[in-house]
Each structure stands twice: as structure tokens, then as C-alpha cells.
Design a protein around this ligand. Structure first.
Ligand code: PLP
Length: 396
């Protein structure tokens, strides 16, 4: 083969989510969309705040098109980066400036850039199961090795003893994703404090910082009085990878940022490495129009009560039918124990009831499925009897 085999492999192997997506479209054509209970995709079902479309209209009507649609500086517009930095400072009592922020095309780009900025050949990156499957792609593309830490049973919090076993002198970073995709779990402050103290101890022992990369597209999607610790307040060597895909329901617009903690070891060099990694990956000048939107709508919010209602309805229904669910404090996923050991076999049986859920083997945990409840409420109401019938089938 004349082309890069690894890239060919990535492009030609369909992910299970994509496979379900194709099946869902085909099945909807056969029996009608309303009869297919598709819970596979993490595409926000809540509309972006109205101020977003109002601001788009205003900008298009009033701004010079060559500026609005033109290049910004590679790391993003200075005023937008200042606004982002000030917003972080206000919310989390920190002191970042524009030059600690790099605007990106969403969290996927933020992660790829951060990893590329810090990894050298032979380095390792620890991720916590269950984890967003693309981490493997991003970590390996940065030339590093992905190491999986297994979670505490049932709570799916981080198992500190397991993490300690997975760290060695090659460990360059860990990726923390809280609220978590696919479990919906928010790592408690107690867990975060323990992780940080372990990493501080290990960084000292090996004489090099072990970085924390916080992947935070779901930060704003938490239900009830749940605290999502902001890692820069606990650990200096922290990068935050943020995205507006879920928090403002803008996944197709590709907009987010990286925040580099100014207290990080060699912070200026780290930021410049981020700029270099962005340049080497071609992730320069995030979409200009949406940079301006973020600059003007920094305090906008989506109505997360819609997700909360969906979560409560689904959680209550499934639990009453005997399903074992992990308590989800955030994101819009429910992590459910399959009714047999083989999650793929369970997925196939669910499919016969027109229920499309995602088996989570590729997320690093066997025997579970993910149900994305970012859907219309009626889909959940109509699907509950099918979930009941599926449970009854296993009881027989
Ligand atoms: N990280 C996690 C945990 C995600 O679930 C997703 C998307 O679903 C991403 C990163 C990528 O997000 P973005 O659309 O901002 O690139």
C-alpha cells in the first residue's frame, strides 16, 4: 500500500456508533422514525440559546465581512481570548490572561493539540475507564502509548491504587473527563484531591511534571447541587480542554479552547508548544464567526432542565424494570449494566425491540451499554415499554 496503513485503518474501520447510526437511518425508512428508539448519539437535543442566533444576525448585518470571516491570529482573536480568560477568572478565582488561551475547533482539537504539545516518543498517557474512545486515536497520533486505569466497581470513581500501579517514569499525562462520557459520573472533590496528591508525589519522584489534561465538554451539564472541581485550583500542571459543542449545543460549529495554567512548570514554553502543535496539526485560526459569537455570548446557557427531566424519567423507569444503572450526575448519558455478560449480544437483543444503545467494550469497560438521553422526551416515554419487554425476556 502506498498510503499510510494506520490512517487507512482508522478511516476504513467503522466505529460501533457509526454503524448504529447507519442502521438507524435504514430502519427508520422501513418502519418510520418514530418507531426506532435511537439512543446512540451524543448530539445535543436542546436548542442553542436564542442569543446565539440573534448575535449571528447582528454580526452579519453590522460587521465588515472581510473581518468577520477573515483569519484571526493563529491562536485566536486577542479580545475573544481575553473574554474567555476573564470568564474563567471570575468563575474560578484565577488569574489567566489572553495569552494562556488557545481557541480551537472543539474538544477533539484541544485534546489533539495538548497531547502533541507534550508527548515525546515512548511517553505514556493514562486514561480512566470508561473513556471516550477517540482518546486512543489522539494519544497514539501524538506518538504516545495509551494506558488504561480501571475504575472502582459500581461508583466508577477513579481507583487511586490502580492509578498508582499504572504510573511509571514514562507517564507524561493523565486525561480526566468529568462529567464523564459514557458514565455520566462526576469525579468527587475527594477523588480529585487524592489524584492530585498522587501525581505531585510521582512528579517529584521522577523529577518531571505529570500533566493533567481536563477534557471538559460536559462541565456545564450537571444536575442538582453537584460540584465539578476546576483542576487549576488543585494542580498547577493542568491544561483545560473546553468545548461549546455540548454546553451551548453547537457541535457542528467546531468551537472551543485550551486554557494553559499560568502556574504550570515552564508555562510560557508550554503555551508556545501548544501554539506549535496547533500549527503542526493545521489547527490554526478556529472558526472566526464563532470566535466572535463566543466573545459576545460568554455567559449564555442552554436549558439543562430538559436533560435532567430525561435523565430522571429514564433512570426511574429502567431501575424499576430491574436494570442496574450508574448514578449519572452530569453529561447526557446513562451507563447501564447489560443483562448478560456480553454487551454486544445484549445490544443485538435490544435491537430486536427497536432499542439502539451503544455497547461499551471500546470504552474500556465490558458488560455495559451507553444510553444517550439527549433526545426528545417522547422517545423516552415510547421506549420505556420496550425496555420493560427486553428485561422480561431475560427473566424467562
Ligand atoms: N471529549 C468527550 C468526552 C466527548 O464526549 C466529545 C464528543 O462527544 C469530545 C471530547 C469531542 O467534542 P468536540 O465536539 O468539542 O470536538
Amino acid at each position: 500500500m502506498n498510503i499510510n496503513e494506520k490512517m487507512f485503518g482508522l478511516g476504513s474501520k467503522r466505529s460501533i456508533i457509526r454503524e448504529i447510526f447507519e442502521y438507524s437511518k435504514k430502519r427508520a425508512n422501513e418502519i418510520g422514525k418514530e418507531n426506532v428508539f435511537d439512543f446512540s448519539l451524543g448530539n445535543p437535543s436542546v436548542n442553542p440559546p436564542e442569543i446565539i442566533s440573534e448575535t449571528i444576525k447582528t454580526l452579519i448585518d453590522t460587521e465588515d465581512g472581510t473581518l468577520l470571516h477573515g483569519y484571526t491570529s493563529a491562536q485566536g482573536d486577542f479580545n475573544v481570548r481575553s473574554t474567555v480568560a476573564n470568564s474563567i477568572n471570575k468563575r474560578f478565582t484565577l488569574s489567566l490572561c489572553a495569552d494562556d488561551i488557545y481557541m480551537t475547533c472543539g474538544a477533539a482539537a484541544s485534546l489533539s493539540i495538548c497531547l502533541k504539545a507534550i508527548m515525546n516518543d515512548g511517553d505514556e498517557c493514562v486514561v480512566f475507564a470508561p473513556f471516550f474512545t477517540e482518546y486512543r486515536v489522539f494519544v497514539e497520533n501524538a506518538g504516545a502509548k495509551l494506558v488504561i486505569s480501571t475504575p472502582m466497581a459500581k461508583t466508577f470513581q477513579i481507583d487511586i491504587d490502580d492509578l498508582e500501579k499504572k504510573i511509571n517514569s514514562n507517564t507524561k499525562a493523565i486525561i480526566l473527563n468529568s462529567p464523564n462520557n459514557p458514565s455520566g459520573v462526576v469525579y468527587s472533590e475527594e477523588t480529585i484531591v487524592k489524584v492530585c496528591s498522587l501525581l505531585k508525589k510521582k512528579s517529584k519522584e521522577y523529577g518531571n511534571p505529570i500533566y493533567i489534561i481536563c477534557d471538559e465538554p460536559y462541565r456545564e451539564l450537571v444536575y442538582g447541587d453537584v460540584n465539578v472541581p476546576y483542576l487549576m485550583n488543585y494542580y498547577d500542571d493542568t491544561f483545560v480542554c473546553y468545548s461549546y459543542s455540548k454546553s451551548l449545543s453547537l457541535p457542528g460549529e467546531r468551537i472551543g479552547y485550551i486554557a494553559v495554567n499560568p502556574k504550570m512548570t515552564d508555562a510560557r514554553s508550554a503555551y508556545l508548544a501548544v501554539c506549535g502543535a496547533g500549527r503542526s496539526l493545521g489547527y490554526v485560526c478556529a472558526p472566526s464567526l464563532f470566535q466572535q459569537i463566543i466573545g459576545r455570548c460568554i455567559d449564555a446557557k442552554v436549558d439543562i432542565n430538559i436533560y435532567k427531566e430525561n435523565r430522571d424519567l429514564l433512570l426511574e423507569g429502567l431501575t424499576s424494570f430491574g436494570y442496574e444503572c450508574v448514578k449519572p450526575d452530569g453529561a447526557f448519558y446513562l451507563f447501564v449494566k447489560a443483562l448478560e455478560d456480553d454487551a454486544t449480544a445484549f445490544y443485538e437483543k435490544a435491537k430486536k425491540h427497536e432499542l439502539l444503545v451503544v455497547p461499551c467494550d471500546d470504552f474500556g469497560v465490558k458488560g455495559y451499554v451507553r444510553i444517550a438521553y439527549c433526545v426528545d422526551k417522547t422517545r423516552i416515554i415510547n421506549a420505556l415499554p420496550a425496555f420493560k419487554r427486553l428485561a422480561e425476556e431475560y427473566e424467562k
